[in-house]
Ligand binder design. Structure first.
Ligand code: ADP
Length: 262
């Protein structure tokens, strides 16, 4: 049981009595702390690429400080950093949209097999450069009701994570099939895996196992937080199994009430 914070306040009531107000502010303080951490994290994440871009612009302003053959490199570095900021901002917007919408309309019919093959195609372009294989095992006609934007974010973040965190030459398998309680989605990779002590915190915003690696892949640290929220709106939750050096499986079950066959 965590420590509780209690606020006592004595209020004058009338001449003979006082009113004592006792309030448990534990939850309020916790939320306040989370909000402060969040703002600090966002600022830090944006400042790093901004500093790099600023540095190059200053160097380019003074042509003597940089030989012309370096200009090309400076430009591509700046572009890379602006892409990073752009992807962080779009992930932030996605997360805040999903969080704000606590009762999303889950009545839309989502063609999951179609959606998965589109995402897998997008991922393959990236995977081919690194000799990664992506295989789809999908039950055709297995559809779900839900919010398309949210489910697309969930599938896409998990599939792209598998691509980003699996070393060259690895294998990724994507499953979508009926199970006893609904339909199960799973993405397995044979990458480096994640040590047990990190698993519980992985869906926290900005939590990363390896900061440098996540940066290199353009990661914002928000992907799994988005997945967690999107799934909670579809009566589902993320399951992570991982073993160091053997790889990871990220999976979830969409309940029967949201599943239909076409
Ligand atoms: P990021 O933008 O850094 O990828 P995520 O929230 O999507 O942020 O993931 C959080 C962290 O979880 C990643 O930084 C990475 O350390 C770890 N992770 C996610 N997916 C995988 C995976 N398939 N294999 C190994 N590590 C993973």
């Amino acid at each position: 049981e965590p420590m509780r914070m209690i606020e006592f306040r004595r209020m004058p009531y009338d001449k003979k009595q006082i009113l004592l107000v006792v309030r448990d502010v534990t939850q309020w303080l916790r939320l306040e702390q989370m909000r402060r951490d969040f703002v600090a994290n966002v600022s830090h994440e944006l400042r790093t690429p901004l500093t790099v871009v600023q540095g190059y612009i200053e160097m380019l302003q003074d042509p003597q400080s940089m030989p012309p053959e370096m200009w090309q490199k400076a430009q591509s570095m700046m572009l890379e950093q602006t892409h990073r900021m752009d992807s962080l901002v779009s992930q932030l917007l996605t997360l805040s949209k999903i969080e704000a919408n606590d009762r999303p309309d889950t009545s839309h019919e989502i063609d999951v097999p179609g959606l998965l093959s589109t995402i897998a195609e997008e991922a393959k372009t990236l995977a081919e450069e690194r000799n990664l294989s992506i295989q789809l095992f999908v039950e055709s006609g297995l559809m779900m009701k839900g919010d398309l934007m949210q489910m697309r974010s969930a599938f896409s973040n998990l599939i792209f994570n598998a691509v980003h965190y699996t070393p060259d030459g690895g294998h990724i398998k994507i499953h979508w099939q009926r199970c006893a309680t609904g339909a199960e989605f799973a993405v397995r990779d044979d990458g480096d895996g994640i040590a047990a002590e990190h698993l519980a915190r992985l869906t926290e915003r900005f939590y990363r196992v390896d900061r440098a690696r996540s940066r290199k892949t353009g990661g914002s640290g928000l992907g799994l937080a988005i997945v967690k929220h999107a799934l909670s709106h579809h009566q589902s939750s993320l399951n992570i199994e991982s073993e160091l050096t053997f790889g990871s499986t990220f999976s979830f079950i969409i309940p029967t009430s949201l599943i239909y066959i076409k």
